[in-house]
Design a binder for this molecule. Structure first.
Ligand code: UGA
Length: 442
């Protein structure tokens, strides 16, 4: 066991997964939550959401005696040496971010620091607009603790870059670590925690670290949106956007990642972060143009599925549609901003009967909408007697389906694929009508 004790405030993806990774690296780590049941469960090795491999990592941490759950922020801060703020920063109606959890957490930490007579470093890990750490968190910490940053406690901003569905890999083997600090002592203390992580490490000031997170997510959202825009144009020429992007991605200045076209991006991060940076820019009197365009393209992109159904295969009215994939991407049960919602709603609006299936996200999706959707017990079950199959996220279970499955189970073997799950040549040769965004549709 290492001699630094860590507190993660927040038991969402960032807090729980990063906390489990710290425990794996030998740090005594406590994750706090306001929900007693979640804390009790964590102490029994039970995780609150689905993430591949997380159950095992959490159990390992709990069994080793290094990973704990708690509802008591203050006592955990007092016992620890470093506290990471990992609470949610959800969207406000105007697109800005809700900082109420961050404020409350900063107050709790400040009150705990008041009773501490040793140096402690507070680290903001939640995604927050530049200046939040120094102009909101810092004054609250000083006010509540009656102590001085730089002298009595340290302050850092350490953005998180993990992807849901691959969160374990990303937190155990990050491709970079960014630590912005109030001063060098704060940065050195946090970098010490990461000494066992083998990757490039970047030191900067607090605001730069905050902005790096937004810039990375906005740039990734831009790459996806660019691919989607080109996909829509490629179709006019019968050019396959997926093939084309392989050629484009060979340029080392571009690289092929995040150029997969389809129904657009969802999730708790890209939509929220692009919206937040847009809202803050507007509040400063600047009208961002690229960000606005990203949001606009992403809004209409899922509806391209309906357009293909209407223009290429006699529409969806009174048709039975198997909708495969409800989470915002495979390997997660997270449905926040999933593109499955606008697709399902538009299908129902056009008079279709929707039979939906997802390996993990059905319960969460049911909470998003009360539209008349039938939920199937498996992908094959959803395909039974369907007129059209729409694929919204490419889970392995869907990739494993054979052309024969579609032909045998469906009334008519028509697939409209929002993620390019299969090889179009193979599907077409097998007699399936395989339509999608960004390639030659018959
Ligand atoms: C994203 C970033 O990738 C992480 O680095 C970051 O830490 C995280 O946000 C965050 O801010 O917390 P995540 O939202 O979990 O991670 O998932 P991604 O794999 O980035 O996918 C986001 C969306 O983009 C999904 O709907 C996915 O289907 C879509 N996508 C992704 C595409 O449409 N095309 C692509 O080429 C890649």
């Amino acid at each position: 066991m290492k001699d630094i004790k860590i507190t993660m405030i927040g038991m969402g993806y960032v807090g729980l997964v990063t906390g489990a990774a710290f425990a794996k690296h030998g740090f005594d780590t406590t994750c706090t939550t306001r929900t007693p049941e979640k804390a009790e469960n964590l102490n029994k090795g039970i995780t609150p959401f689905y993430e591949p491999g997380l159950d095992e990592l959490v159990k390992e941490g709990v069994d080793s005696g290094l990973f704990h759950g708690s509802t008591d922020n203050k006592s955990c801060v007092k016992k620890g040496d470093i506290t990471f703020i990992c609470v949610g920063t959800p969207s406000l109606p105007d697109g800005g971010i809700d900082l109420s959890h961050v404020k409350k957490t900063a107050c709790d930490i400040g009150e705990a620091l008041a009773d501490l007579d040793r140096y402690h470093v507070v680290v903001a890990k939640s995604t927050i607009i530049p200046s939040t750490t120094d102009s909101l968190i810092l004054p609250l910490l000083e006010e509540k603790s009656k102590k001085k940053v730089g002298k009595d406690f340290g302050l850092c901003m350490n953005p998180e870059f993990l992807r849901e569905g691959a969160a374990l890999h990303d937190s155990l083997y990050p491709d970079r670590i960014v630590v912005g600090g109030y001063d060098q002592r704060s940065i050195d203390t946090v970098m010490n925690v990461y000494s066992g992580f083998d990757c490039p490490k970047f030191e900067c000031d607090l605001r730069t670290a905050e902005m790096i997170k937004y810039a990375a997510n906005c740039l990734l959202a831009t790459k996806i949106t660019f691919a989607n825009e080109l996909a829509n144009i490629c179709e006019f020429f019968g050019v396959d956007v997926y093939e084309m992007m392989k050629g484009v991605g060979l340029d080392f200045r571009i690289n092929p990642a995040f150029l997969n076209a389809g129904v657009g991006f969802g999730g708790s991060c890209f939509p929220k972060d692009v919206n937040a940076i847009t809202a803050v820019a507007k509040s400063k009197g600047y009208q961002p143009r690229i960000m606005n365009a990203i949001l606009e393209v992403n809004e209409t992109q899922p509806l391209r599925i309906i357009e293909l159904a209407e223009n290429k295969v006699q529409g969806v009215k009174n048709k039975r549609i198997a909708l495969l994939g409800l989470s915002f991407k495979p390997d997660t049960d997270d449905v926040r901003f999933t593109r499955a919602l606008p697709i399902a709603e538009a299908l129902i609006e056009k008079g279709a009967e929707v039979v939906a299936y997802d390996p993990k996200a059905i319960d969460n999706f049911k909470e998003l909408t009360d539209k008349p959707i039938t939920y199937a017990a498996s992908a094959k079950d959803a395909l039974r007697d369907a007129d059209i199959c729409v694929i919204q996220s490419d889970w392995d279970e869907f990739k494993a389906l054979k052309p024969q499955d579609f032909k045998e189970l469906m009334k008519t073997p028509i697939i409209i694929d929002g993620r390019r799950t299969y090889d179009p040549m193979q599907m077409i040769q097998e007699g399936i009508t395989y339509l999608g965004i960004g390639w030659k549709n018959p």
